[in-house]
Design a protein around this ligand. Structure first.
Ligand code: ADP
Ligand code: MG
Length: 256
């Protein structure tokens, strides 16, 4: 049995700027897993996401989805991936066309408007039924991220990739969006690849975490294992530098 997503020895150099964004990145994502990727800004997380989605090509290495090669495959042959793997980006405003009605935005991945599906999706993400008639600017940041999530779910993907999905949002709505993502992953039996610079956020929604530093995975394992007994010095530094996580962990220890 092969994994759902198999990443092997991935390298990505940006020759124009002489940046080595990914080096020797390998991991498997199993069906139903909530796979977190955590690392500081510039560690290569978004580069990895673009490669997983076939939006960019590695310098070397391979990516397989259900055993099928994703890297080096021309756009017209990636239809299978477009319906199976969908991405939610950090900035809902930047990724939603302001001139399009929410209904049309949500149906974009389908290539046609399906009002019944829009109604189901609006309900699933907790938006009012009449939201489809409106435009993105008529919603709050959190609601706009709900619209992005509805769009991502439209083609009934098996994998949801979220790249810093709450980083641009007000702190007060972050937990709501994270809980929504977790609920949807459960309900639709999705596999999730979840990317964040914030360890606390990853701990909240993931069961497995890969820690990235300067384009490399320095540690990978079950969330409790990595957070409670970090094996790598860099993971320990990241944990020490995360004030919210430190406070949360202190509370946990107090209670114990
Ligand atoms: P992260 O998402 O973890 O913040 P990125 O994958 O965006 O990291 O970036 C990793 C490194 O690659 C950074 O040094 C960044 O400046 C560089 N980089 C990202 N995209 C490009 C690009 N299109 N061209 C050149 N360099 C890039
Ligand atoms: Mg990024």
């Amino acid at each position: 049995m092969s994994a759902l997503i198999e990443v092997r020895d991935l390298e990505r150099r940006y020759s124009r700027r002489d940046v080595h964004a990914l080096r020797g990145v390998s991991f498997d994502v199993e069906p139903g897993q909530r796979f977190g990727i955590v690392g500081e800004s510039g560690s290569g997380k978004s580069t990895l996401v673009r490669l997983l989605a076939g939006l960019d090509q590695p310098t070397s290495g391979s990516i397989r989805f259900r055993g099928q090669r994703v890297d080096g495959v021309p756009e017209r042959k990636l239809k299978f991936l477009r319906s199976e793997l969908q991405i939610v980006f950090q900035d809902p405003m930047g990724s939603l066309d302001p001139r399009m009605r929410v209904r049309d935005i949500i149906c974009e991945p389908l290539g046609r408007v399906d009002r019944e599906r829009v109604a189901e999706l609006l309900d699933a993400v907790g938006l009012p039924a009449d939201a489809g008639d409106r435009y993105p600017h008529q919603f709050s940041g959190g609601q706009r991220q709900r619209i992005s999530i509805a769009r991502a779910l439209a083609p009934r993907p098996s994998v949801l990739v979220a790249d810093e999905p709450v980083s641009a949002l007000d702190v007060s709505v972050r937990a709501q969006i994270l809980d929504l993502l977790a609920d949807l992953v459960d309900r639709f039996e999705l596999t999730m690849v979840f990317v964040s610079h914030d360890l606390g956020v990853v701990r909240h929604v993931c069961d497995t975490v890969a820690v990235m530093r300067q384009g490399e995975i320095v540690e990978l394992g079950a969330v409790e294992q990595v957070y409670d007994q970090p094996a790598h010095e860099y993971t320990r530094e990241l944990i020490a530098a995360a004030p919210s996580l430190r406070a949360a962990l202190a509370k946990l220890t107090e209670g114990a």
